[in-house]
Every structure is written in C-alpha cells, then in structure tokens.
Design a protein around this ligand. Sequence first.
Ligand SMILES: [Fe+2]
Ligand SMILES: [Fe+2]
Length: 126
Amino acid sequence: MKLDWVTALAVDDGPIDAQHQELFRLYNLYSTMPEAELDKAAILAKLAAYAGTHFQDEEDYMQAIGYPVQRRLAHAELHRAFVAKLQTLQDAPLYQVLDYFQEWLLRHIISEDRQIKVFLEPPRTR
Ligand SMILES: [Fe+2]
Ligand SMILES: [Fe+2]
C-alpha cells in the first residue's frame, strides 16, 4: 500500500511535515522498486539514518516549544524502540521490514506526532 501524505497528518511545523513526507517518499520508492534493484542492507541503513535524524529534530522541536517533559521523554522512548526494532529485522525479508516501517510510521504520526499540534493549538474560548 502506498503511503499518501494528507494535510490531516500535518503537525503544522514545516520541517517536521517535510521530513514525514520524505519518509513516505522513501517508503514508496523502496516498496515499488523492482526486486533486482533492491539492496536490503543499504535500504535499511538509509531508512534508519533518515528516521534517526528526523526523530532528533522532532525531539529538539518539542523541547524548544515547551512540550511537557514527561510526554516528550515517553515520545522519545517510542522513537528509540522503533530504531531498535528495525535493527532486529536485519535478517527479515525486506517486505516485512517495509510493512513494519509503514504501519509504525503512520500510526505514530496519527497518534503521537499530531499531539504536538494539539499542544500548540490555543485553548477553545467559550
Ligand atoms: Fe515522533
Ligand atoms: Fe515524526
């Protein structure tokens, strides 16, 4: 399944939204590449490296905007667990890695990253 970025997924921070879109682009690229062109180790390394850079940026951003510290640390822990899980999939078939990557990323953006936006929204006035 292709990952399509839609505005409902926006965190409303330009760089973070652009990084999420780049992660979608990488997933779509690798999941549709002819098998003969796939270098699993290189793809895993690229996904893990880009995700790692993104996680650091996102955690720095959360800190910069004063996101509640306990929630930020719990969020960072989810990032660490994802990277660790990717490492355990080194020997799995690439489609399994990509399936896991896609499922985790989409769920994480919807349920976790979007809270950054909710946190920034001004309280509703009566
Ligand atoms: Fe995140
Ligand atoms: Fe993210």
